[in-house]
Design a protein around this ligand. Structure first.
Ligand SMILES: [Zn+2]
Length: 244
């Protein structure tokens, strides 16, 4: 096999790894944002539950003070009872007390129902707070793992890149430029294996004569359809057994 082609195959393998690891590193902020999104959702839920709870508590405070005022009014009315002279006045007075007391009962019913709402909102808030804690822990673990992955990938990338520079330096300039052009044109895949007369890049059939030439001669050949550089793996176990 052409020595330059051998270098190209290795360079392609390195670039495949470099692209893969770079993509991994580049996607880390996005993955962190995804994790933060679910935490933010839970926190919004917690916030809403707490606001609702606060609003119920305020309603209850208002109702409590209303009841207190009415109770004071009832107490005053009752204290005046002894001052009443006529029966007619007395009846009206009792009626007034009775209707004030009815009002208080109504408020007290309202207070009971608002207390149930407070309790329900409290449950929701506690559940949301527990979820938020879980999400926070999850996010911290995800971040830790991603950061560890990032530092590992960066270490490997730096080693790969220095090996790559060495290989690139051993390639003839025009071959390297051809390779780089194809790498860009084909999103990272410039050198492909051809098997059974099929290009491993575009999956199109290549002519049998070219297929033979790729192995038998020492030149560098490109796929007529996609221009990618072709190679045939040297004798190995993956080679199909001869047909009968
Ligand atoms: Zn092709």
């Amino acid at each position: 096999m052409n020595a330059q082609l051998k270098l190209l195959i290795e360079l392609q393998e390195m670039d495949r790894e470099i692209i893969g690891k770079s993509t991994l590193v580049a996607r880390i902020p996005e993955k962190i944002r995804e994790g933060e999104k679910s935490l933010l959702e839970v926190k919004a839920r917690l916030d809403a539950a707490r606001k609702q709870q606060e609003s119920f508590l305020k309603q209850k405070r208002d109702m409590d003070s209303e009841v207190e005022q009415m109770n004071q009014r009832i107490a005053k009315l009752k204290a005046r009872t002894s001052e009443i002279k006529t029966n007619k006045e007395y009846q009206a007075h009792l009626k007034e007390i009775e209707s004030a007391e009815k009002e208080v009962f109504k408020y007290e019913d309202g207070i009971i129902s608002i207390m149930e709402s407070i309790e329900a909102a409290d449950k929701t808030a506690k559940a949301a707070a527990a979820d938020a804690k879980v999400e926070e822990e999850k996010l911290a673990a995800v971040k830790k793992e991603l950061e560890a992955g990032r530092s590992q990938a960066e270490k490997e990338l730096s080693a790969l890149k220095s090996r790559r520079a060495d290989f690139a330096g051993r390639l003839e300039r025009d071959i390297y430029e051809l390779y780089m052009g194809l790498l860009q044109k084909h999103q990272g895949l410039a050198v492909v294996e051809t098997r059974d007369e099929v290009c491993g890049g575009c999956n199109m059939k290549i002519m049998p004569q070219l297929y033979v030439q790729v192995r038998e001669t020492d030149d560098i050949y490109q796929c007529p359809q996609c221009d990618r550089i072709l190679y045939r793996a040297e004798e190995n176990m993956e080679e199909p057994s001869p047909r009968n």
